[in-house]
Design a protein around this ligand. Structure first.
Ligand SMILES: Nc1nc2c(ncn2[C@@H]2O[C@H](COP(=O)(O)OP(=O)(O)OP(=O)(O)O)[C@@H](O)[C@H]2O)c(=O)[nH]1
Ligand SMILES: [Mg+2]
Length: 296
């Protein structure tokens, strides 16, 4: 018998509320990419925390959204819904400063989970005064029952201990199922592709980032460094020039920032080569989505 706890915990919520920032803060690694743009996360990403109280496998999910215009968007919502149905505990993340119609969608999803749920208000560092928090809390707890309510700033790392205390209280007893030194189930290739996509999302504007995806074509560990070749796939030919930029400036900036982030993550110098290719309408093509690594 053990008094340690184990379980999978889904981080759910509409886009941009800070789920990925929270995952990274909880695990202490930059596993999930973060940008100020909604719909950054496109995959289910596991972040494993092992400590004295037990082991928690947090699952970051794509933000639930109402846009259903592309096959990709429909897949993203499905990943979030499937994750919600397969975990021991759900954390519904709400931006304490701003609520939208999509929060209702996330609330509905979290409510459909058959098991305990925590309501987490994030970005409290941005609140001018906290007087409205009580009312806001009542607004949500009036619509669904939650086993705990916590107030966080994922970015400033505030309230994380409160969240963890509730998580360990609500998880079942059980032995760790992942190796203690494991942080994620994702491969280094996947994480590097995401770091490139993160920089692209940060450097490019408007609709272009949503039509981009990244594939790792080459990943070679050498004695002194790692050689990586990444392919950036755009959905429209006219986006290619924008990704490359005048005299290759944009691509150069993306490359050097992603290379630095990859070297930090992998703990070794990295040589990163980027190429750009058009694959028209990949976001609407089920076969392309499979090939490009998007879960069904
Ligand atoms: N001020 C403040 N900003 C935060 C906090 N948490 C996240 N952010 C910012 O909010 C933005 C969105 O954060 P993400 O972690 O990418 O949000 P997400 O919920 O994963 O978004 P999707 O992947 O699009 O669903 C980023 O600019 C973060 O830096 C916080 O506690 N305080
Ligand atoms: Mg995210």
């Amino acid at each position: 018998m053990t008094d340690k706890r184990f379980g999978h915990v889904a981080l759910m919520g509409r886009p941009n509320v800070g789920k990925s920032t929270l995952l990274n803060a909880l695990v202490g690694e930059h596993l999930a990419i973060v940008t100020h743009k909604p719909q950054t996360t496109r995959h289910r990403i596991l972040g494993v925390l092992t400590e004295d109280r037990g082991q928690v496998a947090f699952v970051d999910t794509p933000g639930l959204h109402r846009r259903r215009d592309h096959a990709l968007n429909r897949r993203l919502n499905r990943i979030a819904a499937d994750t919600c149905g397969s975990v021991d505990l759900v954390v519904l993340v709400i931006d304490a400063n701003r609520q939208t119609e999509e929060d209702s969608l996330a609330l509905e999803q979290a409510r459909s989970h058959d098991g305990p749920a925590i309501l987490a208000f994030n970005k409290i560092d941005l609140l001018k005064d906290r007087a409205g928090l009580l009312e806001l809390t009542e607004q949500f707890t009036g619509q669904a029952s939650f086993d705990a309510v916590v107030y966080l700033s994922a970015e400033k790392q505030q309230g994380l201990e409160d969240l963890l205390a509730e998580v360990f209280r609500l998880l079942p007893e059980g032995e760790a199922q992942y190796p203690e030194d494991l942080f994620t189930d994702r491969s280094e290739r996947f994480l590097v592709a995401e770091l490139v996509r993160e920089q692209l999302m940060l450097q490019l504007h408007q609709e272009i980032p949503y039509g981009l995806t990244v594939m790792i074509e080459r990943f070679e560990r050498q004695p002194r460094r790692i050689e990586i070749g990444a392919l950036i796939v755009v959905a429209e030919n006219r986006h290619k020039g924008m990704v490359i930029g005048r005299q290759g400036q944009v691509l150069k900036r993306v490359g050097s920032r992603a290379r630095r982030a990859a070297a930090e993550l992998l703990g070794m110098p990295v040589h990163l080569e980027l190429h750009v290719k058009t694959r028209s309408g990949w976001m609407d093509d089920e076969g392309s989505l499979d090939e490009l690594g998007y879960a069904r």
